[in-house]
Design a protein around this ligand. Structure first.
Ligand code: NAD
Ligand code: ZN
Length: 352
């Protein structure tokens, strides 16, 4: 159960949940119109199960497919989606089901929060990254030319269902992508989770356990700070420098890979400063390598720093860095931009 000041909802993780989506959602939402938003990769694989399940529970479902990829998390897709909802004459008691990865979840969530000032929202994450991170917590967004996630809302879903059977078709790179955020979650809050994430040959049941734990941790953080005024910043561990890598690569490197690099840079800098032990960096590096994630980047400190500034949503001369103390424990530190640049340069140098 996730209880935030704005909404309380359930997150279920397990096998064959897509086929139960209608049955679980109907008592919560009432079976009205259902718009299933999905992308061109996921819809052919899983939309049928959701449509059937919703029809069976009395919903009137329509499928809306967007092209796959981050470049489609934009204003055009949002407008098309809102127009579709209007053409269907959806009303406030109707529900949008976001079936896919974080792109579909962020786009669908934003549309659900805007249309008629907010309709029902059910998140059906199919990527590991969406299951452990983006489907829970209520952040929605689209990108602008100028930058990522610049337009969005805080809008909690009414329900989240993660069907672990969707792991079967998830490309290997996307599995690693999700592990970037899982390892991050272990690093900030839970050494046991970190250990679980670096076990070789994980089966679906073990991954389900890991997802469950990640969601619990995110829930506990978001409950205490829904709008990211303080504690929620720890979820950004590895993201300050990670976003810089993402920006420099023109968003061609997947998000979880960039977070991995960002975690390595900041942890290497902290090891050098004695904020964490050198062993922490070694353990982090080992876990990332095992999951097929990168350890460093070819971009240079100056380029990355420029990328970091471009990503900053507020103009100020400080930035909050999340620094590792040991596996499972971090601290937040507000530093001047110059100091952040020193962390970045030191970390990169230590990794080269
Ligand atoms: P994505 O939605 O692009 O999915 C990655 C790829 O995997 C896509 O090609 C998709 O079609 C495919 N895919 C997804 N599930 C599949 C399955 N089961 N089988 C086969 N293919 C499948 O990207 P993502 O990594 O899931 O999410 C990244 C997005 O999430 C970014 O836009 C990021 O900003 C956002 N995000 C949001 C939050 C938040 O709190 N709202 C948190 C983290 C990330
Ligand atoms: Zn992230």
């Amino acid at each position: 159960t996730v209880s935030t000041p704005s909404k309380k909802y359930y997150v279920h993780t397990g096998a064959d949940l897509l086929s139960a989506a209608g049955e679980i959602a109907a008592p919560l939402r009432g079976a009205g119109q259902a718009l299933i938003v999905s992308d061109a990769n996921v819809a052919p694989l899983y939309a049928r199960r959701v449509v059937d399940s919703l029809e069976h529970a009395g919903f009137r479902p329509t499928l809306h497919v967007v092209p796959a990829g981050e470049q489609n998390k934009n204003m055009r897709s949002l407008f098309d989606l809102l127009n579709r909802m209007a053409a269907l004459r959806m009303i406030r008691s109707d529900t949008l089901f976001a079936l896919g990865g974080g792109v579909v979840g962020d786009l669908g969530g934003l549309a659900a929060s805007l249309y008629m000032r907010g309709i029902g929202l059910v998140q059906l994450p199919t990527s590991l990254l969406a299951a452990v991170d983006s489907s829970v917590g209520g952040k929605t967004a689209i990108d602008l030319e100028t930058g990522k996630n610049l337009v969005g809302t805080f809008y909690q879903p009414d329900l989240v269902l993660y069907d672990t059977e969707t792991l079967a078709t998830l490309p290997k790179e996307q599995l690693a992508n999700g592990f970037g955020e899982i390892i991050k979650t272990g690093m900030i809050r839970d050494a046991k989770l970190f250990d679980a994430a670096r076990k070789p040959n994980l089966g679906a049941a073990e991954i389900a356990g890991i997802v469950h734990r990640c969601v619990e941790i995110k829930r506990d953080v978001v409950r205490r700070d829904e709008k990211e005024t303080g504690l929620r910043q720890i979820l950004n561990f590895g993201h300050t420098f990670g976003h810089a890598v993402e920006k420099c690569s023109g968003f061609s490197i997947p998000h979880g890979f960039c977070v991995a690099i960002g975690m390595m840079i900041v942890t290497a800098a902290c090891a050098k400063r004695g904020i964490c032990a050198p062993e922490t960096l070694i353990q982090l590096s080992g876990a990332l390598r095992l999951r097929g994630l990168p350890q460093t980047t070819r971009f240079e400190a100056d380029e990355l720093f420029a990328g970091m500034l471009a990503d900053k949503k507020r103009a100020s001369d400080t930035v909050t860095l999340v620094l590792p103390r040991s596996i499972g424990s971090v601290e937040r530190r507000k530093v001047m931009l110059e100091e952040a640049r020193a962390f970045l340069a030191d970390g990169l140098e230590a990794l080269s």
